[in-house]
Ligand binder design. Structure first.
Ligand code: NAD
Length: 459
């Protein structure tokens, strides 16, 4: 049985029967059998099912937000924010999937013996969607919504930490008219995910850590199926010497600590120009001290417990390592003694790239701020990472921002903003942050394969 424990109360909130290798196989086979009819279903019918699903999700928003808060400790207001923003992503897919599916006519000829050439886009078939827990409404639907719209069957494995959320989304999908076998849910942890990978699937779309992503790449090597991996980050931001210090500090503190820092695109490193280092760090610490830490069910709470108890140990080690190598802990730096499972929002200064807090994904409410002397030094340090998900610059000058950001090796770059995802832009990582794109038309195309038609008229 899969046990789901509320990270805030430590109470067991659900025990769910876990899928075995046999039941996973049966779900994939049923999806295989159901997919051709789903693909033959007119696009308008698939679109109307997803439209209805969107409406149902909005109608059940309060219940869904509470389920997420209970499962992973996300503050209720932030769970509601996620659900509200979900509609915009679904709208993008509803508005754009049909044109991505349309045939591309390369050459037309009505002459006898002439050749017409066209590209027709077909679904991959049965795809696995193995998901993370930190934004389950986003990362799940970034895959299953465009995949279903384009005629695929999706075998969806939500994270073991947010399985009730995944099951609730699927139930609403069935209510909206998507057949159960076209969108089966696999319940379980890593072993259920590994079992899914051994089945006859046509693609795997994964969101999670680099460590697991690497395993997935290895497990599928040689299978010749589409593999898309959205992995972690160590996202840097550089603050230039011309900014409004208080506004930049407030924006970046939010970017680092929202969802207790458990976002793939959380700001994980800050480089501050030496000319404004002192006032910026003071303003940053002031903002962090004002964050409301507490019960995630309270709408005023900004920082709740970490979803994973083990992560508290990782953060403690990062603080200890940084202290040992000369960092200053300006605020926080330890577990919350009043609440089991919370880590106090933490700001470290005098950090360097030798410290694990500046190298390894923290995935918690902790940030290192490093002083730099020039834009070139900032660029060098921003690129000094195995990851390449996002990177940002705060400056009044767009030219200066573009100069810096064009040299940074990351899938998304930000000027005067951070921790941001847009439905019409590709969401894509480089290096250990992954391969492939979700969102945008690229994230629809990802679920399709081209067939080249060569059609010769009779002579
Ligand atoms: P994780 O790697 O621990 O787990 C992700 C999923 O993989 C879960 O469903 C898990 O059950 C499954 N899994 C575990 N072992 C498996 C195996 N051997 N075979 C198949 N499946 C297996 O990651 P997590 O803790 O759920 O999520 C946090 C990570 O996800 C962070 O690194 C974060 O940066 C990243 N993330 C990235 C994005 C992005 O868009 N790039 C978005 C959200 C989260």
């Amino acid at each position: 049985m899969l046990k789901i424990v509320n990270p805030a109360t430590k109470q067991l909130i659900a025990e769910l029967p876990e899928d075995s290798a046999e039941t996973v196989k049966a779900k994939v086979l049923a999806a295989r059998a159901a997919q051709p009819a789903w693909w033959r279903t007119p696009f308008e019918q698939r679109k109307s099912a997803i439209t209805k699903w969107k409406t149902l999700v909005a109608e059940h928003k309060d219940r869904l937000a509470r389920t997420l808060t209970a499962e992973m400790g996300k503050p209720l207001q932030q769970a509601l924010n996620e659900l509200n923003a979900l509609a915009g992503r679904v709208d993008f897919f509803l508005a754009n999937a049909e044109s991505v599916l349309a045939d591309e006519i390369v050459q037309v000829s009505s002459a006898a013996g002439g050749t017409e050439e066209r590209v027709r886009w077909e679904p991959l078939g049965v795809v696995a969607n193995i998901s993370a827990w930190n934004y389950p409404y986003f990362v799940g639907s970034n895959v299953f919504v465009p995949a279903l719209l384009t005629g695929n069957a999706v075998v969806y494995k939500p994270s073991e930490l947010t399985t009730q959320t995944g099951l609730a989304l699927a139930e609403l999908m069935y209510e909206a008219g998507v057949p159960r076998d076209v969108f089966p849910v696999v319940v379980g942890g890593g072993s259920a995910g590994a079992a899914l990978l051994t089945q006859a699937i046509d693609g795997v779309f994964f969101t999670g850590s680099y460590k697991t992503g690497k395993r997935i790449a290895e497990a599928t090597a040689g299978r010749m199926i589409r593999v898309q991996l959205e992995l972690g980050g160590k996202d840097p931001t550089y603050v230039c010497d011309d900014v409004d210090v208080e506004a930049a500090a407030a924006s970046l503190a939010d970017g680092a600590m929202y969802n207790a820092g458990q976002s793939c695109c959380s700001v994980e490193r800050v480089y501050i120009h030496e000319k404004i280092a002192r006032p910026f760090i003071d303003a940053f610490v002031k903002t962090v001290r004002e964050f409301v830490v507490g019960d995630p069910l309270d709408l005023a709470t900004y920082i709740g417990p970490l979803a994973r108890e083990e992560q508290l140990g990782v953060l403690e080690q990062q603080v200890a390592d940084a202290r040992e190598k000369g960092a200053q802990v300006l605020v926080g730096g330890q577990r919350d003694s009043a609440r089991k499972g919370w880590f106090l929002p933490t700001v470290l200064s005098d950090v360097s790239s030798e410290m694990s807090v500046m190298r390894e994904e923290s995935f918690g409410p902790i940030i290192g701020i490093q002083i730099v002397a020039t834009d070139d030094e900032a660029v060098r340090l921003m690129n000094d990472t195995e990851y390449g998900l996002t990177a940002g610059v705060y400056t009044k000058s767009r030219e200066r921002a573009e100069q810096v950001l064009s040299q940074v090796n990351a899938g998304s770059v930000y000027w005067n903003c951070c921790d941001r995802v847009a439905p019409a832009l590709p969401w894509t990582g480089r290096k250990h942050s992954g391969i492939g794109s979700t969102l945008s038309t690229h994230g629809v195309r990802a679920f399709l394969q081209p067939k080249a038609w060569h059609l010769r008229n009779p002579a």
